[in-house]
Design a protein around this ligand. Structure first.
Ligand code: NAP
Ligand code: G4F
Length: 357
């Protein structure tokens, strides 16, 4: 904890994976933290319950929705933060094909509403971090992707993120705002939503080990992503707002791995090493006893796929001194261990039962 920092921050999307890690980091650094939450009839605060419960909650929640500019004005006026981290979004790519207009409104227009609310309230001295995405590169024209790589979005989510990206740049140039885009490649953790492929695999492995299911159905096994650890990536978000001048940066590990490889590591760690058989729709991963543990279901294919992403974090390293601390192998093991423990107790124990069984 740094007792010298006496700033306040507003985090939209605080109930999400990144919001929860960022809130912990900001509290550790002495910030007063406000978290914007949208109204829901059921709670979505599981990831931050440890920060908001008890007699002296460490984070103060304020109601607001990126779809409603009036609520954003109220939140900004009530909290008057030094820094705003806009992490809220409809963040699932597949869902964006089913709900393109909603996704554009929240993920794209939502960022513009926030910028405009800041401008209207004459709060352009507030520093703003916008959660941009490597999805904006689409099927990129070059590899690895850097700050110079052209944006070629291939899904409604990425289209919305490109809109938000340019809105941030426009407000920076037009109104002199310290507003930056963090172009983050995929980052995961035990807190990742179970609809994303890494957590789907780690939680599926745990359920298989504990006899709750037999196999996992996946889509494109060949897709490659540059996967890092979310805890490392929120450090880069914070550092981007502490710079002398604003700039948009790629945050990535510089390594890419396929979904198939993620499965290999996850199952092997749980004592169920896989062998791959068949091709295309018939490809499946079997364990030592010949039981199918992974199979392909076209339901999880996307109308347009981003096949390969690999980031070049050189500028983030040079300008922020940032480097990822958790390797791909450590990330997979961390996620599997957490799900094994949550699903039935004792990650390592359960895995060794599996290896010998
Ligand atoms: P996440 O777990 O899906 O969290 C999304 C957050 O946005 C949740 O807190 C959600 O609240 C909130 N939200 C959704 N719609 C909202 C609305 N209309 N108004 C206010 N809040 C709303 O996402 P994440 O993985 O933490 O990612 C954080 C941000 O980084 C997102 O913008 C994402 O697109 C972007 N990003 C993520 C990655 C990655 O690999 N994780 C990579 C690049 C960029 P509820 O709890 O109420 O649903
Ligand atoms: O885990 P995913 O759903 O993540 P995706 O689409 O890369 O998006 C995530 O990372 C972005 C950063 O690049 C963020 F901006 C975005 O908000 C989100 O956090 O899918 C990863 C890959 C894809 O190629 C997908 O087709 O895995 C492939 N995949 C294969 N089977 C699957 C599945 N994805 C999901 N969700 N479920 C499957 O069964």
């Amino acid at each position: 904890m740094n007792p010298k920092i006496n700033k306040s921050a507003l985090v939209t999307g605080i109930t999400g994976q990144d919001g929860s890690y960022l809130a912990e980091l900001l509290l550790d650094r002495g910030y007063r933290v406000f978290g914007m939450v949208r109204r829901s009839s059921s709670s979505s605060t599981q990831r931050i319950d440890h920060l908001i419960q008890g007699d002296t909650p460490r984070v103060q929640l304020v109601p607001g929705d990126l779809a409603d500019i009036a609520s954003l004005r109220q939140v900004l006026e009530a909290t008057r933060p030094d820094e705003v981290y806009n992490l809220a979004a409809q963040s699932h790519v597949s869902v964006s094909f089913q709900m393109p207009i909603y996704t554009s409104d929240v993920t794209g227009m939502g960022a513009l509403r926030l910028l405009e609310a800041l401008r209207e309230l004459q709060m352009t001295d507030v520093r703003l971090y916008q959660a941009a995405s490597s999805e904006m590169f689409g099927n990129a024209t070059e590899s690895p992707q850097s700050e110079q790589t052209p944006l070629m979005p291939r899904n409604p989510y990425a289209v919305a993120k490109v809109f938000a990206f340019h809105a941030v740049r426009t407000y920076r140039e037009a109104y002199g705002m310290f507003a930056v885009n963090g172009i983050l490649f995929n980052h995961e953790s035990p807190r990742r939503g179970k609809q994303f492929v890494t957590r789907k695999i780690s939680s599926g492995v745990a359920e298989i080990v504990h006899g709750k299911r037999e196999s996992i159905a996946l889509g494109n096994l060949a897709a490659c992503r540059d996967w890092g650890y979310a805890g490392d990536y929120v450090e880069a978000m914070w550092q981007m707002l502490q710079q002398d001048s604003p700039s948009d940066l790629v945050v990535a590990t510089g390594e890419t791995h396929s979904v198939r490889e993620f499965c290999d590591r996850a199952f092997a760690h749980a004592g169920l090493p896989l062998q791959w058989r068949g091709e295309g729709l018939n490809e499946h991963g079997v364990d030592k006893r010949g039981v199918t543990r992974v199979h392909v279901d076209p339901e999880y294919f996307r109308p347009a796929e981003v096949n390969y992403l690999l980031g070049n974090p050189a500028r983030a390293k040079a300008e922020l001194g940032w480097a990822p601390q958790v390797s791909f192998g450590q990330l997979v093991e961390m996620m599997v261990d957490a799900d094994l423990a949550a699903t039935g107790g004792g990650g390592a124990q359960a895995a060794s039962r599996c290896a010998s069984g």
